[in-house]
Ligand binder design. Structure first.
Ligand SMILES: Nc1ncnc2c1ncn2[C@@H]1O[C@H](COP(=O)(O)OP(=O)(O)OP(=O)(O)O)[C@@H](O)[C@H]1O
Length: 235
């Protein structure tokens, strides 16, 4: 579902080039989950942003569902993002002037869905927020806001769900609820899930883990049926 081939990212740092991702190769099969872990500044969010097509790599190729996104123009990329990718951020990024229901509704209406209303109702039900549908973000707890953000990310039935520190701003019980929800979606809808996290316990719930350090993947772990084991040189 997601393939990276020789992906590097170099940025300008005070007039001199700084390489923050070094020739990464990675394959995430459809319907699986991957956790990206590693210390602060190791390149996790940059990598997720590249997978989302929010930023372009300096070299290499990224394919999402068979389409090379590295050669797409802005418009085609925006359409592909809208069709295939849902994004969940650490700080929720809900529209403060819209209710929970409207936050979920708007992306569907923008995509031209004719059944947006019943689908928004169903999605809020799935994330356990029926009773909060007409509340504004400021009237919701952090965990509730993140669940609205997940419902919104699922609005256009993406094949890929990308989450950047989705529990970073939540207490442990709200965080647990949000994580359960993300893995439920991964399993029940076969949505490919990629999440960035500092939490090794959470990361261990994913089918695969990569550990980043200084812009490189320094460790790859995969789980088949049994416990998570190291994969020597595997993708
Ligand atoms: N546009 C940019 N210009 C210069 N440096 C950048 C730019 N974007 C990212 N960096 C640097 O690249 C490195 C990787 O950043 P990134 O945000 O991907 O790390 P991270 O692993 O997600 O960190 P954290 O866990 O703290 O969020 C950091 O050292 C960051 O300062």
């Amino acid at each position: 579902m997601i393939e990276l081939h020789g992906v590097s990212k170099t940025v300008d740092s005070g007039g001199s080039p700084l390489t923050i991702l070094h020739s990464l190769d990675l394959t995430i099969p459809a319907g699986r989950s991957l956790a990206i872990v590693g210390p602060s500044g190791s390149g996790k969010s940059t990598l997720l942003g590249l997978m989302a097509g929010l930023d372009a790599p300096t070299t290499g190729e990224i394919r999402i569902d068979g389409t090379s996104i590295t050669s797409l123009g802005e418009d085609a990329l925006a359409r592909l993002r809208g069709r295939l990718i849902g994004f969940v951020f650490q700080f929720f990024h809900l529209m403060p002037s819209l209710t929970a229901f409207e936050n979920v509704l708007v992306p569907m209406e923008l995509a031209g869905a004719t059944d947006a209303h019943p689908r928004a109702t169903r999605l809020l039900h799935e994330v356990g927020l029926d009773a909060r549908a007409h509340h504004y973000p400021s009237q919701l707890s952090g965990g509730e806001q993140q669940r609205v953000a997940i419902a919104r990310a699922l609005a256009n039935e993406p094949k890929v769900l990308l989450a950047d520190e989705p529990t970073g701003n939540l207490d442990s019980s709200n965080g647990q609820h949000v994580i359960d929800l993300l893995f439920d979606v991964n399993r029940s809808r076969s949505t490919t899930l990629v999440l960035v996290t500092h939490d090794r316990e959470l990361a261990a719930r994913a089918d695969m883990q990569i550990v980043m350090r200084d812009g490189r993947i320094v460790e790859r772990l995969a789980r088949d049926a049994g416990p998570v084991t190291a994969v020597a040189g595997g993708r």
